[in-house]
Design a protein around this ligand. Structure first.
Ligand SMILES: C[S@@+](CC[C@H](N)C(=O)[O-])C[C@H]1O[C@@H](n2cnc3c(N)ncnc32)[C@H](O)[C@@H]1O
Ligand code: SF4
Length: 440
């Protein structure tokens, strides 16, 4: 067993007090689960892109207008089913991700006269007519879809938080990543978005690219700040084995040299972002003070719509089929497109809660007590104390705050888990629309 596998199994045993975890092809009894909950987040997945980037692990396929049109109809049917289950309970956050949601904008190309052209507008109207929406919209976008006309269309849909996949700010890195724009073009797109009046514009940036130097990371860090965005999410390049770049890396993701290089690059970026007055708001994100942060993953309970949408309802996690045609087919026959589910034990719920609160870099122990009816220190105190001694976090009585080095080590743990488990779960789900079981 390699070191990565050993660490993974030890952490899993420590937190969950069990070995393997299996997702099964069961559809959970949803009606009773929804009755016990008060409010929800909503996630909508749009699995279309104009081209496929060689590093991207997400569920997506090439945009085809006729498939997108059927997809929009299927999403509306899924909304109808959940509208009955949610029965007017408030929806307090709404994230639209992908893939590239902006492929469904009116003027994004894709052939005349097809209804998917207005797909996003049509889905959003249905969302607002069907659910008790008490929040603004967060939307992921591609830089090539951010013309002035598209930006006003995005604003008029009610989008308040916009995220842009900038990825790199040197032309040769953009070419390595097969991104279809230049630095000049992406800067112009970001500047148009920044002056469009959103509450928060987030730029996604990837570092530790093949052959990237520290000086290039430094230059890109300054350029990101100069563009005037409200938030920067800086991720090291994760190399998922089922992507083209992951296959080329031959599993050398956790080499000591690589780990050291990433740490140093993140340190360079942290210094630039702090000097510019940004604050760390999650392991990856740095946000201007006072701005509501753009983040899609930490909502406590959520329903995921669309192909590969995942839902988390306290004691169950379930995942829709990844296959777009099967997703459309299931909803056409009036069925929910759920492919896999996992009942969550009390330990798993607590470990999940702790992981996401640490991801946000600070949390209150009293919130744990409120949620689980047990004292935080009684459950996790013995793990927290050594981490505080090692300087990875501060224990300020009721509040725990992750330090910069704590954030870095959490990222390593995340990397260790996400590469393996996401690859197993998403890799299998991409190959098999309805897997029998996926063991993690
Ligand atoms: C759904 S995409 C963003 C929207 C749009 N599709 C685009 O590419 O501009 C989500 C973001 O995840 C990040 N991402 C994707 N694959 C990654 C990887 N292998 N390692 C690190 N970050 C990655 C990128 O920053 C990417 O912009
Ligand atoms: S990075 Fe964005 S555009 Fe590229 S394949 Fe992934 S979702 Fe699509």
């Amino acid at each position: 067993m390699g070191l990565s596998n050993f660490l993974r199994s030890q952490i899993k045993r420590l937190l969950l007090r069990r070995g393997d975890v299996a997702l099964e092809n069961e559809v959970p009894m949803l009606a009773s689960k929804f009755q016990r909950l008060d409010e929800f987040g909503l996630y909508l997945h749009i699995p279309f892109c104009r081209q496929i980037c060689p590093y991207c692990p997400y569920n997506k396929e090439i945009y085809r207008p006729e498939v997108a049109a059927s997809y929009v109809q299927a999403v509306k049917k899924e909304i109808d089913i959940y509208a009955r289950l949610l029965a007017g309970r408030p929806v307090t956050s709404f994230y639209i991700g992908g893939g590239t949601p902006t492929t469904l904008l009116p003027r994004s190309g894709g052939g005349p006269g097809l209804s998917a052209h207005n797909g996003l507008d049509s889905i959003l109207q249905h969302v607002f007519a069907s659910f008790n929406m008490q929040c603004g919209i967060h939307l992921e976008s591609h830089p090539n879809d951010l013309s002035k006309a598209n930006l006003s269309a995005i604003s008029s849909l009610g989008v308040e938080h916009l995220s842009i996949g900038v990825e790199a700010l040197q032309d040769w890195h953009l070419r390595t990543l097969h991104r279809p724009y230049t630095v000049t073009q992406v800067r112009a797109a970001v500047e148009r978005a920044v002056s469009n009046g959103f509450q928060c514009v987030n730029a996604d940036f990837i570092f530790a690219l093949p052959g990237q130097t520290y000086a290039e990371v430094e230059q890109a860090g300054h350029a990101l700040v100069e563009m005037g965005v409200d938030q920067i999410a800086a991720y090291p390049l994760f190399q998922f084995p089922y992507t083209a770049m992951g296959r080329a890396a031959h599993g050398h993701n956790h080499d000591i040299g690589r780990i050291f290089r990433r740490r140093k690059m993140l340190g360079i970026l942290e210094r630039i972002f702090y000097d510019a007055g940004l604050e760390r708001t999650s392991v990856w994100a740095f946000t201007r003070p006072g701005v509501p942060r753009y983040c899609s993953v930490t909502v406590p309970l959520y329903v995921g719509l669309g192909a590969s949408g995942g839902s988390y309802l306290k004691d169950v996690f379930y995942l829709n089929t990844f296959n777009v045609q099967e997703y459309i087919r299931a909803l056409a026959s009036g069925r929910l497109p759920i492919a896999l589910s996992l009942e969550l034990s009390a330990e798993m719920q607590m470990a999940g809660w702790l992981y996401w609160r640490l991801y946000e870099t600070r949390f209150k122990k009293s919130d744990f007590q409120k949620r689980f009816g047990q004292g935080f220190d009684a459950v996790y105190g013995r793990y927290i104390k050594p981490l505080a001694v090692a300087g990875l976090l501060e224990d300020n009585g009721d509040e725990i705050v992750l330090s910069d080095s704590g954030a870095y080590w959490l990222h390593l743990v995340q990397d260790l888990f996400s590469l393996e488990y996401v690859s197993r779960l998403w890799g299998t789900s991409k190959q098999e629309p309805w897997p029998e079981e996926v063991v993690l």
